[in-house]
Write a protein that binds this ligand. Sequence first.
Ligand SMILES: Nc1ncnc2c1ncn2[C@@H]1O[C@H](COP(=O)(O)OP(=O)(O)OP(=O)(O)O)[C@@H](O)[C@H]1O
Ligand SMILES: [Mg+2]
Length: 318
Amino acid sequence: MNFAISIKHLSKSYKTGKRSYRLAAKPMPGREALQDIGLEIPQGSFFGLLGPNGAGKSTLINIIAGLTLKTSGTVNVLGRDLDRDPRGIRRIIGVVPQELVLDPFFSVKETLDYYAGYYGIPAKQRRTMEIIKALGLEDKINANSRRLSGGMKRRVLIAKALVHNPPVLILDEPTAGVDVELRRQLWDYVRELNRQGATILLTTHYLEEAEELCDNIAIINHGRIIACDRKEHLLKTLNQKQLIIKLTEKIHELPEALRAYRVKIQDGDIAIDYNPHEMGVGGMISAVQAAGLTIRDVSTIEPRLEDIFRYLTREKAA
Ligand SMILES: Nc1ncnc2c1ncn2[C@@H]1O[C@H](COP(=O)(O)OP(=O)(O)OP(=O)(O)O)[C@@H](O)[C@H]1O
Ligand SMILES: [Mg+2]
């Protein structure tokens, strides 16, 4: 398989500003924002990087983008090595940073033209208007960046990352503070870019968003990758489903015969947690009937990314 981004043994410890730490041969324990990260992002994938606040997502992205210096390890983007060819990498990636930073004196159009020029895109090949339209910025073309609302600024940042038609697009929380309509619009557009072959690396706090969009997902916690897999595989790893049995007559107490299951009463009905690899639903249904209860309806609930995320990043009780 070809990888758009390949990361090996990547570590990062931020300097603390204290001389003693700076001079220490080894980083202070627990100060590492990234610890020995290995990550391979298949070419053409829509890759989600998820993790709680402070997990190291932006640090990782900013290192790839050349905005933050790594401490050790290697990063390769479409065959270019970050140490040898950082400018080459910058030309083939588009990055939407988490922080809202814009040139305050430029209008929206000027900002985009400036960056297209910076990347040496000939005027004829520029997609400035297409991008402006896709991001709903038509009304703001001549507006001064300084006067834009937060959500509008975010749109300009996204537009800016797209002007050079990068084969790798990196989005750090691009929909934070963005309204529902743009979110839809933005995802339709990014999905289309992905269909045309662009590799997308996305961090988001909206797990439903990752679940809907991404084909591969990595979960990072305390600077370490704790899971990385195709989305379907990841969703299967919990091996946990729930069987909901609705009853004709609600109950308030569990029949003795059902106590063998991981069962609870939910709104007067029965909810049983089970591992589909260990147990079929037939036995559970029979047990409910044998307990003298009449079943009105049966359904199952699959694990969601949110459950997996919570399960993997839960703090171990001290
Ligand atoms: N410039 C910096 N100097 C020192 N420490 C930093 C700096 N930037 C980030 N850190 C620390 O590195 C760790 C990882 O931060 P990072 O911003 O990468 O997390 P994140 O996963 O992007 O979080 P969030 O979801 O809040 O955006 C945190 O402990 C953070 O405090
Ligand atoms: Mg971040």
